[in-house]
Ligand binder design. Structure first.
Ligand code: 6LW
Length: 508
């Protein structure tokens, strides 16, 4: 049985849970980092750190409906891909692709990365994902994007000049040259890209040249980072960005995954942000170990405090870690209707529908417990663990006084368990348990155990479901598990929600 953890030594990933495609910049002693957010609103979480290890979310770059259009038909794992965050001429600049048809590349700016960020400038002349921004000494702004190609832009208007020009595209024959970042470091311009695809073949390669437009000479030891064909606990390493610390040391942030269980290795938290040290040899970056243990850092590190993850919904504003599906109209999601409670008012039906009213947070720990006190006298809803519309588990309470556990896996939907409830608000719970298979190649990553708690604290377990079906290896896509609250019909009120990291699975 696991206990609430005590503060732990810092480790990798430095930003756990579905936080892929990290892009980083430094201003003085402060580091800022942005990640992809796909179909969730608000979009593009932004983090701050002073030591590259402890990161605090300070906001989301696209948190107003005027900045972000994710209509109900924008698919899961669509939406916002791969931002680049830079600081230039006293401003923060963030460029990102909204892959929703009709949207494309967007650029927003801010003087304070906590916001507000500007309304977006559109870049219809940049025809690819993963856009990067780099300024040369003459003040030209170069946008390099997946493929890999490059075009000069005016970042204040979105205007493009000339046609996109192909630039170095990585190892001949390697899949998916993407995630370019262009840097002027010392005497060279460096073009760093990801290649091999964001799955197990992922890697990072680099080339250098004397101008931002090339020609680029590939590094003789490419890929400079990959974990492909290894048994390392962190896999899929790639999509990286570089930053120099104030003391002159160099660091890489990158995405990786932590597969669990037997073949093929199930990753359930999506792609997470890791930190690696970088040294320079003969004018090429050499990437140090990416492992669960952090490299030695040249500054002192405090232990990571246990996150305070209880939300009593006492505030008018939701914390920046809360994410909704595609939008968040006040009439469907508010803490103002019933003070001290979150009210979700249904519009779509179940979690199978893209317009379901859902409010969640990323599962950030391999083992966790979440609980919520819900009042379903006016509607049906509950507590869910979601990968996408076709992969989710939930415990739902109804006005008729029933709790049921619903499992959706691909095209199959089933009620796994049902229980009559006593009158009044009820506590719904979910926690991770041990994987339900023997310890062999078939073992899954974990199980998800759903239950209810009576007012006297008595817990009743309703169902324990195999966690592999809520993994990327089964569901596909680019995101990870999100744990949250939803309304399937009527209005559902939540008094509080808590999320507790556990040190290991709860034996059941
Ligand atoms: C992103 C691409 C990638 O645009 O996956 O890992 C895509 N890299 O660069 C979605 O995150």
């Amino acid at each position: 049985m696991s206990d609430q953890p005590t503060p732990t030594p810092p480790s990798n990933p430095v930003i756990p849970g579905f936080h892929p495609d990290p892009s980083i910049c430094r201003v003085g002693e402060d580091y800022y980092l942005a990640c992809s957010s796909f179909e969730y609103f608000p979009g593009i979480p932004l983090f701050h750190s002073r030591d590259l290890v402890h990161w605090t979310q300070i906001g989301n770059a696209l948190d107003r409906p005027s900045q972000l259009r994710l209509p109900p038909d924008s698919r899961s794992s669509g939406g916002l891909y791969a931002p680049t965050l830079r600081h230039h001429a006293g401003r923060f600049w963030l460029i990102v692709t909204n892959v929703t048809p009709g949207e494309g590349n967007l650029l927003v700016t801010a003087t304070d990365p906590a916001g507000p960020w500007s309304d977006p400038i559109r870049l219809p002349g940049v025809p690819g994902i993963d856009p990067d921004l780099a300024w040369d000494e003459e003040g030209n702004c170069w946008c390099t994007f997946a493929g890999v190609a490059q075009i000069r832009i005016d970042p204040r208007t979105g205007e493009t000049f000339g046609e996109p020009q192909p630039v170095w595209s990585g190892t001949p024959g390697a899949a998916a040259p993407e995630a370019p970042h262009l840097y002027h470091i010392g005497e060279y311009w460096y073009l760093m890209i990801a290649e091999g695809g964001t799955e197990r073949g992922h890697g990072v390669s680099i080339a250098r040249g004397s101008s931002p437009n090339g020609p680029f000479e590939p590094c003789p030891s490419n890929p400079i980072l990959t974990h492909r064909s290894t048994t390392r606990p962190i896999q899929n390493t790639g999509h990286a960005d570089l930053v120099q610390a104030a003391d002159g040391s160099w660091w890489m942030v990158l995405l990786g995954v932590r597969p669990q269980g037997g073949t093929p290795g199930w990753h359930i938290l999506g792609r997470e942000t890791f930190l690696a040290p970088v040294s320079w040899v003969d004018g090429w970056p050499v990437v140090g170990e990416v492992s669960p243990e952090l490299p030695e850092l040249p500054w002192p590190l405090a232990p990571v405090p246990v996150p305070a993850e209880r939300d009593d919904f006492e505030s008018n504003e939701l914390r920046p870690c809360w994410i909704s599906l595609r939008d968040r109209p006040t009439e469907h999601c508010t803490t103002k209707e019933r003070p001290g409670w979150l009210t979700l008012r249904a519009r779509g039906g179940s979690l199978d529908e893209p317009d379901v009213v859902f409010l969640g947070r990323r599962q950030q720990h391999l083992a966790f417990r979440a609980r919520t006190l819900v009042d379903t006298t006016e509607g049906s809803g509950g507590l869910a663990v979601r990968l996408d519309e076709r992969h989710h588990y939930a415990i739902e309470a109804t006005p008729e006084g029933t709790a049921r556990v619903i499992a959706r896996i691909g095209s199959l939907r089933t009620v796994a368990a049902e229980l009559p409830l006593p009158a009044g608000p009820v506590v719904l719970t979910v926690h991770t348990g041990e994987a339900p298979q023997p310890h062999d190649a078939r073992t899954g990553p974990d199980s998800l155990v759903f239950g209810v708690e009576a007012t006297d604290g008595t817990a009743t377990q309703l169902a324990s479901l195999d966690g592999r079906y809520l993994s990327t290896e089964v569901a596909g896509g680019f995101t990870g598990r999100v744990v949250g609250l939803y309304a399937a019909s009527g209005a559902v009120h939540f008094d509080w929600f808590d999320y507790t990291p556990l040190t290991g699975p709860v034996a059941s």
